[in-house]
Design a protein around this ligand. Structure first.
Ligand code: BGC
Length: 285
């Protein structure tokens, strides 16, 4: 059963979405895939033919349900626990993945969280926790994935690239966010991590990019869209006039993981209904 309360995706609804299976024969790891954006990415990658690891750190039932639903629709998926900020747990997760699927082709660094506070009241714990999960987690998972991409190299019958890293960033990698300095700093850090990895490993045919979601209806931001008043206020920040839903990101991830985007390297693709167009300036400035 789908576990995302925001938009219930059932794997059965996605089976005919990608008849040409652009990710056939590829293995993907999606961190934080038991809910929200991560769940959608895992489901869409699976619908596109990838074998998928549904990583989680809390709520194992939800992760198992996502994996089971993918399998019941004819896909291949397994739920694996690991705290992405813990080196030993990340390495153990990769070992489990390699035992099950043999290798990795697509690394999606999605796990992320918020611990908001006015900056002058922010505790070191709130700062460290957000940086550890959102940024260090992407370092640890990307490093393990890239080690395997380097070891294995390109298999032309599978993909033109030796591997793909997709970092889930945010519009807040460029839009400053008062009251969320830890979160915005982590996303700004992801921008330079992504760029540096793209520069360092492009010559090895490892493709590295980010997706920068705007306001997507997930458990992380319920208060921003749940009431009609909140949604009305939020829509003022979105020129395209609707709040995002998780499939907006899942579909983008499929394209970015596939050879359709083979020449796309070292960029953040904002999927935000135009939030990064600073709509406040439409009438001001
Ligand atoms: C945050 C959400 C927020 C959105 C737009 C995301 O990165 O996690 O809480 O609604 O950015 O501001």
């Amino acid at each position: 059963m789908p576990n995302d309360p925001m938009i219930a995706i059932s794997q059965a609804d996605l089976v005919n979405q990608y008849p040409h299976s652009p990710l056939k024969g590829q293995a993907a790891l999606v961190t934080g895939a038991n809910s929200g954006i991560g769940e959608s990415i895992a489901r869409y990658l699976a619908a596109a033919g990838a074998k998928v690891v549904v990583n989680y750190v809390v709520n194992p039932e939800a992760a198992e349900a996502v994996a089971a639903d993918i399998r019941s629709a004819g896909g291949d998926a397994v739920a694996i626990a690991a705290d992405v900020s813990n080196e030993a747990e990340v390495q153990a997760m990769f070992k489990q993945m390699f035992d099950k699927f043999g290798t990795i082709d697509i690394m999606v660094n999605n796990a992320g969280l918020q611990r908001d506070a006015p900056f002058h009241e922010m505790t070191l714990e709130q700062w460290n926790f957000v940086l550890a999960v959102n940024l260090t987690g992407q370092f640890l998972c990307s490093r393990e994935a890239i080690r395997e991409f380097l070891r294995r190299g390109v298999r032309p019958e599978i993909s033109a690239a030796a591997g793909k890293v997709i970092c889930i960033s945010s519009v807040h990698e460029v839009i400053p966010w008062a009251g969320h300095a830890n979160y915005a700093s982590s996303k700004g850090g992801i921008f330079m991590l992504m760029k540096s990895l793209a520069q360092e490993y492009g010559p090895e045919k490892i493709r590295v990019n980010s997706i920068g979601p705007g306001a997507i209806k997930t458990p992380i931001n319920t208060s921003a869209w749940e009431s009609p008043d909140a949604e009305k206020k939020l829509l003022k920040l979105i020129p395209y006039g609707r709040v995002g839903i998780t499939p907006d990101i899942g579909k983008t991830a499929v394209w970015l993981a596939s050879d359709e985007s083979d020449y796309v390297h070292g960029v953040t693709l904002f999927v935000d209904g135009g939030m990064t167009c600073y709509p406040g300036f439409a009438t001001g400035g």
